[in-house]
Design a protein around this ligand. Structure first.
Ligand SMILES: Cc1cc2nc3c(=O)[nH]c(=O)nc-3n(C[C@H](O)[C@H](O)[C@H](O)COP(=O)(O)O)c2cc1C
Length: 316
């Protein structure tokens, strides 16, 4: 998720969800080809399986970007055909690509020719006036012909004019049934549903109809939900929040030693105690202290102490 997630976040989410597949935020193919490639592709070995999401609409550039991603070690290259931001539309990619399935198919073919890892696509159920199953099914059919085996579908359409990206994640209504029908129509396509999925019950209900679920905001704002869901699906017990934090310690200390600011990592941890006694104090202390010059693990420990105090009070 652009501006939110990064490699530190994915390291943390991997501890929470050992069986999940992680995706990077969208990186444009142009930035990968012409920009600070090493920084854009940086990730931890612990993140695997991890997919690189790319944005673009130029087959040759996307093929090169895919090759760079594969060479850097990514397990999957995912093409974004679902982002509605103006920045993205002016580059004629993202959600507006849903109007150009032939071009997306060309992009996918070029990417597949360039790499051995799977090339997948993330899309919406439609854009603007694409209001029935036909447009989505036609898009999916083109993707299958181009060799896409997995489609992630954000189950709401995007309005390309008039709505901000944030509104485009909230205003157009969710239509899960259309995604379920997509799976029925194309049983050979692996269909992953996304959008507004708010917990384990919802995940289990969706899995009756499709092959997988993708969690965005829930996993970010309430990261422990990822641990609960991942463990429940695997028939395992989730690690405790404290265990996860203690496993973050070595990572945080290594990154600090390499010059990464504490707040750049702890910003992803703020929601770990969401809904728990002491959760608000944890968030407050961590966000206050992590920004101090030279702050290190002791700031995290102070926030954890607050949670322990609340837990102790509750037990007493
Ligand atoms: C801040 C933010 C950034 C996002 N960036 C991306 C992105 O880079 N690529 C992408 O495919 N989707 C992106 N999304 C959309 C999410 O992946 C997801 O499709 C959407 O939020 C709906 O799922 P959710 O209700 O589980 O969050 C972003 C969402 C948010 C909130």
């Amino acid at each position: 998720m652009m501006d939110w997630t990064d490699m530190h976040c994915r390291y943390f989410h991997r501890l929470l969800g050992p069986n999940a597949r992680l995706y990077t935020e969208m990186v444009t193919a142009a930035a990968l080809v012409h920009g600070h490639r090493a920084r854009l592709l940086a990730h931890n070995v612990e993140e695997h399986p991890v997919a690189l999401q790319v944005g673009g609409a130029e087959p040759r550039e996307l093929a090169l970007a895919a090759r760079l991603g594969e060479a850097a070690g990514y397990d999957e290259i995912n093409l974004n055909a679902g982002c509605p931001s103006d920045r993205v539309q002016s580059g004629r990619f993202g959600a507006c690509l849903m109007r150009e399935p032939a071009l997306v198919a060309d992009c996918v073919r070029a990417m597949r020719d360039a790499v051995r890892v799977p090339v997948t696509v993330k899309c919406r159920i439609g854009v603007d006036d694409q209001d029935d199953d036909g447009d989505l099914f036609a898009f999916a059919s083109r993707m299958l012909d181009a060799g896409v085996e997995l489609l992630i579908v954000h189950a709401r359409k995007a309005w390309l004019q008039g709505l901000s990206p944030k509104q485009n994640r909230e205003v157009p209504p969710l239509n899960y049934a259309r995604v379920y029908r997509l799976k029925r129509e194309f049983p050979e396509l692996t269909v992953v549903i996304n959008g507004g999925i708010d917990g384990l019950d919802a995940v289990q209900a969706h899995l009756q109809h499709v092959d997988g679920v993708m969690l965005g905001r829930l996993a970010y704002h309430d990261p422990y939900s990822l641990a609960r869901i991942d463990a429940a699906l695997a028939g395992a017990t989730p690690p405790s929040r404290e265990e996860v934090m203690l496993r973050m310690r070595g990572y945080i200390e290594r990154q600090r030693a390499g010059g990464i600011r504490l707040a750049a990592m702890t910003r992803h941890l703020l929601g770990l105690y969401h809904g728990e006694a002491g959760g608000k104090a944890f968030r407050r202390i961590l966000s206050e202290r992590a920004h101090a010059m030279g702050a290190g693990w002791e700031a995290v420990e102070a926030a954890l102490d607050e949670v322990r105090l609340h837990a102790g009070r509750r037990a007493a």
